[in-house]
Design a protein around this ligand. Structure first.
Ligand code: FEO
Length: 175
């Protein structure tokens, strides 16, 4: 079943938002580098890569369904923060917005009875639970740490150990 125009437009919009998300996290990484919080910056660099992989999942879905990917201008991200807490609070709120947008795409797929799109989206439903949980946990830890330098260094070291997940299907699996 070929993808509908409405669903294609919504997924194209999401490709743009995932690439914007990648920019947001890379911008957060650069700010964290200026604060010498290289573990947190590393965590954000991994997040940047994951967002690119998310964009490519949506990209492949459109291509494999006989649709057309249309790339648009990516909005510039915020560049200044006042604390790592503010960064991760922003990240948590950003992920809630991503979830809201993915659910809205799911509503279109439901209305159209597009089971292929729902199957693709179900991976994202699970992923978003993890994305929100991770950013919320780190934000809450940073709130507990406050201005305690030893606690901040401990969180920085923990985030510096994050390993990238291989999540991007980069080419069609069709023969
Ligand atoms: Fe692509 Fe962080 O959601």
């Amino acid at each position: 079943m070929e993808i509908s125009k409405e669903l294609q437009d919504a997924i194209n919009e999401q490709i743009n938002f995932e690439l914007y998300s990648a920019f947001v996290y890379l911008s957060m990484a650069t700010w964290l580098e200026t604060q010498n919080l290289s573990g947190m910056a590393h965590w954000m660099e991994v997040q940047f890569q994951e967002e690119y992989a998310h964009a490519m999942r949506f990209y492949r879905h459109i291509v494999e369904r006989g649709g057309r990917v249309i790339l648009k201008e990516i909005k510039a991200p915020k560049t200044e923060w006042t604390s790592p807490y503010e960064i991760f609070d922003d990240a948590y709120n950003h992920e809630k917005e991503v979830t809201r947008r993915i659910y809205a795409i799911g509503d279109i797929a439901d209305r159209e009875g597009d089971r292929a799109a729902q199957s693709m989206l179900s991976w994202f439903y699970d992923e978003q639970v993890e994305e929100e949980a991770q950013t919320m946990e780190i934000r809450d830890l940073l709130k507990l740490a406050g201005d305690n330098l030893a606690a901040l260094m401990q969180i920085d070291a923990r985030l510096g150990a994050r390993v990238a997940a291989a999540t991007a299907p980069t080419e069609s699996t069709a023969p």
